[in-house]
Ligand binder design. Structure first.
Ligand SMILES: C[S@@+](CC[C@H](N)C(=O)[O-])C[C@H]1O[C@@H](n2cnc3c(N)ncnc32)[C@H](O)[C@@H]1O
Length: 221
């Protein structure tokens, strides 16, 4: 069933699953240790190519670590942070104030896949560990790719027998514990072709433990 038919703005129970406890924990880790290794590797290739004048859109931003980090380092001029998790937007907003970045960020508590039309393109679009939380890859990634002015960076679980087993087991355990959220393993070929269909080309790939990363670039015509 597609989101329009489900009539829900809280697909996969994201707003409840990614609660304050989750988002505060993520934010505190960043405050103590900086960006984790996966996120550093996801944005590193693009960060080397930014000169501080670009805009970033972080979809599924959670507590906002990636755009906070790039703004603090002067790598981008403005950010849009989007998350369907109320707690994510709350914690990201609080930390933006702490870093005195509020004037450079617009936050939106929406499901991007269902509300993409309201956003303008950004030079750099990033989704870190997001597409594995959402059932409709084409809708989420397809529209994120459409909004990409220059670079799109995404991370998602590696695709092999063990990760398939782990994701299935994780889904079953969450159901046992009464959760309606469950993770998704979207095929890498499908991920790549969805981004390429929007006029992007794969420019860089990386991997860190269970996370794969792909960075796409818009070809100028
Ligand atoms: C696993 S968390 C990752 C948060 C952050 N990107 C990070 O790497 O720490 C996934 C986040 O994506 C958000 N999310 C997933 N699908 C979304 C969508 N379609 N629109 C907006 N937010 C979404 C969830 O609410 C959650 O906060």
């Amino acid at each position: 069933m597609c989101p329009c038919c489900s009539g829900s703005e809280n697909i996969n129970d994201l707003d409840n699953f990614f609660d304050e406890k989750y988002q505060f924990r993520a934010a505190n880790k960043y405050l103590q240790n900086g960006l984790d290794k996966e996120s550093q590797r996801l944005i590193g290739w693009v960060a080397d190519r930014l000169d501080g004048s670009q805009t970033i859109m972080e979809i599924g931003c959670g507590a906002g670590m990636i755009h906070h980090d790039l703004l603090r380092r002067g790598k981008v001029a403005h950010a849009v942070g989007i998350d369907v998790s109320t707690a994510g937007i709350k914690v990201a907003t609080q930390n933006a104030e702490k870093f005195q970045l509020s004037e450079k960020i617009d936050y939106h508590k929406v499901d991007f896949a269902q509300n993409a039309d309201q956003f303008q393109s950004a030079d750099f679009v990033v989704m870190d560990r997001v597409i594995c939380c959402y059932p409709f890859l084409d809708l989420l990634l397809g529209q994120a790719a459409e909004k990409t002015g220059k670079y799109l960076a995404i991370s998602f679980p590696v695709e092999n027998f063990l990760s398939k087993l782990a994701i299935r087991t994780c889904g079953t355990c969450l159901r046992w514990f009464g959760q309606t959220f469950h993770p998704f393993l979207h095929g890498h070929a499908n991920i790549r072709s969805t981004a390429e269909a929007a006029g992007l080309r794969l420019a860089h790939q990386d991997r860190h433990f269970i996370w794969s990363m792909m960075v796409f670039e818009r070809l100028l015509t």
